[in-house]
Design a protein around this ligand. Structure first.
Ligand SMILES: [Zn+2]
Length: 131
């Protein structure tokens, strides 16, 4: 499996994500990311999904992947940091699920408030694509 080197968000999905995080604020939003892996090791985001049994606002640790149906198009997770930090917490890193972890931080204005990390814990570039 190729190492993930970047993530691409269509502009409308990015905006939807920022709006959702703002709507859930000051609680922590938690979502799953569906997409595909491109040849260059970049993930192209197709949509974000509210997980069936997630309790919004309870934090990342309440998420259990065993509740999820097997779905190989789920490539990772997205959650918000109402604190404004773009850095993953210890808990985040210990609960890494899938290939990528996206953090959306307060004040949820644009891609500068988004950070993505691969399984190796490296921050990877976030690109916005306009179609
Ligand atoms: Zn976190």
């Amino acid at each position: 499996m190729p190492k993930i080197r970047g993530i691409r968000f269509p502009a409308d999905i990015l905006e939807g994500l920022l709006n959702y995080a703002e709507y859930i604020h000051p609680k922590e939003a938690f979502l799953l990311l569906r997409g595909k892996i491109l040849k260059e090791g970049e993930i192209e985001v197709k949509e974000f999904v509210v997980p069936p049994f997630a309790v919004q606002g309870e934090g990342f640790s309440s998420f259990s992947p065993w509740f999820l149906p097997f779905d190989p198009s789920i490539l990772g997770t997205i959650h918000s940091h109402p604190s404004g930090s773009l850095k993953p917490s210890e808990v985040d890193l210990n609960h890494f699920y899938g290939r990528v972890m996206v953090i959306v931080a307060y004040p949820y204005r644009s891609e500068v408030d988004i950070a993505a990390y691969n399984k190796e814990g490296e921050r990877i570039p976030v690109k916005v694509i306009f179609q």
